[in-house]
Each structure stands twice: as structure tokens, then as C-alpha cells.
Design a protein around this ligand. Structure first.
Ligand code: SAM
Length: 390
């Protein structure tokens, strides 16, 4: 979670500015910095990538957020009332310890042995988080389109908590989230979206700015696994950063949401219905496509300064079929994510290097950086490579 590093004497003033703008993370604590002279103030995901005055100069760091015990103890109190102390103790660490907010929805993972308590979990979460409308049980990402199976287990309807036979009219998962100051329409039941990737996207933004500085001009971006477009949201919000964009995905539902999002971000009217990938404006190519076929089309081939490869369970295998998209007349960047067993990271680094064209002399070789656990043995990692022109 992003935190502002605030000198102790400025904490109160900074908190006022953040609260006033809705930029302070809810349910998280302000914690002391190890230097004793600063505090780390948790930021809401909707807070902008860069702040205006008077907090513009403050540095931002990304560290694990610290849950506000008062909110957390609330949920435990309500859960204990609902299931009894004995059950709480019996299931120990199995109770859900974290959740993900997507707008006014909360996504919770519930272990199988707690099936019988999912209703109580939903009730306790809804009581302790009054701004939440819908609780969804996360049953994992499924299929090639990486769509999460999310089952509604509780809803707030006219101030009443409902956990049985929730009416269809109240289980819509189509929401708008605000990330880094930009609105993103998404529907996690129809297209992949995770609010946990904000830091990843901000890192991509920093890399894109470096590339723009290096090339001395706005850069063209190819995002062939774009989903509803969250990476583009961050990049397009930076003035003068992006020239042309190719945004495509295999999932038509993702493209439908992307078209709505692009209409908002670009302030132009995009078509409403998703079509196969095509040029929609002079500087925008958008639509449904299998990423592996893109570089066979001469209109899309060898054109892009930055290539975003976000299909982490297949990245290493598919890299060779994507590199033809890069513009080899000047320096370009490949930015990717990969899921790899921790013990195989060295081999994966070697495979990535082999799959990519030669790197810029003197730049760091692509090397997987662990971002978080994907399972007990697998890690979600990211990398970047600066590709040399030929
Ligand atoms: C992990 S999601 C990332 C989505 C988006 N970039 C984001 O960060 O939210 C991977 C996306 O790749 C898409 N996808 C899977 N296979 C594909 C393929 N062969 N060609 C194009 N897109 C594909 C899925 O539909 C999904 O939207």
C-alpha cells in the first residue's frame, strides 16, 4: 500500500488535506517511520499518482498496510457474537485475514472448512464496514480469460443485511473504481480486474516516463492483454506521455468496458460495441484479438515503444510471439509479469533473456522481482527490459 512519508510536525495538516480529498486509506493506521522523525500515512487507491500543493514535495513509499485494530476488532466482535467463541478458536488461522475492496464491494476468500460460516462472515463484514454494499466470495481466477468466480454471499439492501436469496437486482458487480485519481469502469465477474496492482501500474508509469525522456518524444504503447485498461488509465493520465496506443484483449466483455473507459480518459466518443481489433482513431487501435496473432498484421507490427505483457501464467512461453511488435528503430521497453516457483527464478530469468532481442548496452538485464506470493510455492513477479535498436 502506498504511504506518504510525513515529517511528524506536518502529520495533522497532511491528514486534513488527505481527508478533505478522500485520499486517506480507510481502516488502515498511520504508523511511525523507523527514523523516528516521520510517520507513514496510508493512501487510498484513488489518491493521485502525484499530489498537488501543499503536499506535493512529500515522498511516497510502498509498504504493507497496517490494519486499524479498531475496525478489525469490530469484525471479530461481530463474528464472535454470530458463531461463538468456541468456533472462532476451533478454526484459528483459517478465518479470512484479509479482503479486497473494489468500489463498494468487498471480495473475501473463504477456506472450504468454513463453508458453513460464510453467511456469518458476510454479516460480520457488512456490519463492520458500513460503506460496503456487497460481499463476494472469491472462488479463484478461472480459464484463459482469467475471470474471477465471485459469488455474492451478503448484501446491504435498504439498510438491511441480506444473506439468503439475495435479489438479482442487488448483485450487480459493475462498478467504477477510482485509482491514482482516474475512474475505471470494471466488472470483476466479466473481465479480470484487481485493485491490488496499483503499485505495479505506477512503476510502469515511471518506466514510461524514463523512456519518454530517453527518446525525447511521447511514446507509443502496446497493451495486448489490456483487460478493462487499468495500465492505460495511469499512462494516459500523464500529459504528453503517450502518442499511439494499441489496446486489445481476447475477452469481448473486457473490450466493451475498455471502450467506455477510453471514452472517459480520452474525452472522445468510442464505439459502444466491441469489435475485432481495428483502428478506431488515427492514434488508437482497439478491439478483440488473440495477442499471439497481432504481429502478423503489418499495420500493428514493429511499431511500439513500450510493450506490456500481462498474462503472468504464460509470459515466458509467449514472449517470442510478441517481440515482433516492438519498434526496433529506437530503444524500446518490455514490461511484464510472470508467475514462477521461487526455486526457478534464475532459470526463468535466463529464459526471458533468451526470448527477448538484445538489450541496451549498459542497462540491467531483465530480472524477475518478487511482488507477492501467488501460492505456497509460486511467486508473482515483474520485470522490465530495455531493448536495443538494430
Ligand atoms: C491477468 S489479466 C490482465 C488484465 C489487465 N492487463 C489488468 O491488469 O487488469 C490477463 C488478460 O489477458 C487476456 N487474455 C488471455 N489470453 C489472451 C490472448 N491469447 N490474447 C489476448 N488476451 C488474452 C484475458 O482476457 C485477461 O483480460
Amino acid at each position: 500500500m502506498r504511504h506518504l512519508i510525513v515529517p511528524n510536525r506536518l502529520v495533522e495538516d497532511t491528514l486534513s488535506v488527505l481527508k478533505e480529498n478522500g485520499w486517506l486509506a480507510q481502516g488502515m493506521r498511520v504508523v511511525s517511520h523507523q527514523d523516528g522523525e516521520h510517520r507513514l500515512v496510508p493512501l487510498d487507491t484513488g489518491a493521485p499518482a502525484e499530489f498537488p500543493e501543499p503536499i506535493r514535495e512529500l515522498e511516497i513509499t510502498t509498504v504493507e498496510g497496517s490494519i486499524d485494530e479498531r475496525v478489525d476488532s469490530d469484525w471479530w466482535t461481530h463474528l464472535t457474537k454470530l458463531v461463538g467463541k468456541k468456533e472462532i478458536e476451533k478454526h484459528g488461522d483459517s478465518w479470512p485475514s484479509s479482503h479486497e475492496f473494489i468500489s463498494d464491494m468487498m471480495v473475501v476468500r473463504i477456506e472450504e472448512n468454513l463453508d458453513e460460516h460464510s453467511e456469518s462472515i458476510a454479516k460480520a463484514k457488512l456490519i463492520s464496514h458500513p460503506h460496503i454494499r456487497l460481499i463476494l466470495r472469491d472462488e479463484g481466477v478461472q480459464g484463459e480469460l482469467r475471470i474471477r468466480k465471485l459469488s455474492p454471499i451478503g448484501a446491504r439492501i435498504d439498510n438491511q443485511i441480506v444473506t439468503e436469496s439475495i435479489p438479482k437486482t442487488h448483485i450487480s458487480t459493475r462498478v467504477t473504481v477510482k485509482e491514482s485519481g482516474v475512474k475505471i469502469a470494471c466488472d470483476p465477474n466479466k473481465a479480470y480486474f484487481s485493485s491490488k496492482l496499483q503499485t505495479e501500474r505506477l512503476e510502469t508509469l515511471s518506466l514510461a516516463k524514463l523512456l519518454r525522456r530517453h527518446l525525447g518524444r511521447p511514446i507509443s504503447i502496446c497493451d495486448p492483454f489490456c483487460g478493462v485498461g487499468p495500465a492505460l488509465a495511469t499512462l494516459l493520465s500523464e500529459k504528453g506521455l503517450v502518442s499511439e496506443v494499441l489496446a486489445s484483449d481476447l475477452n469481448p466483455d473486457a473490450i466493451e468496458l475498455l471502450l467506455q473507459n477510453l471514452s472517459t480518459w480520452d474525452r472522445r466518443e468510442y464505439p459502444i460495441e466491441p469489435t475485432m481489433v481495428r483502428r478506431v482513431f488515427d492514434d488508437r487501435i482497439v478491439g478483440v484479438a488473440d495477442a499471439m496473432d497481432l504481429s502478423q498484421n503489418p499495420e500493428f507490427r514493429a511499431k511500439w515503444d513500450m510493450l506490456i505483457v500481462n498474462l503472468p501464467h504464460r509470459t515466458i512461453d509467449i514472449l517470442p510471439s510478441l517481440t515482433g511488435l516492438l519498434d526496433m528503430n529506437s530503444v524500446s521497453i518490455v514490461r511484464g509479469r510472470a508467475i514462477v516457483a521461487e526455486s526457478e527464478i534464475d532459470d526463468a530469468n535466463e529464459a526471458i533473456c533468451e526470448a527477448l532481442p538484445p538489450r541496451v548496452e549498459g542497462s540491467d538485464e531483465p530480472s524477475l522481482k518478487i511482488k507477492r506470493d501467488y501460492s505456497s510455492s509460486l511467486r508473482l513477479c515483474s520485470f522490465q527490459a530495455w531493448i536495443a535498436p538494430v
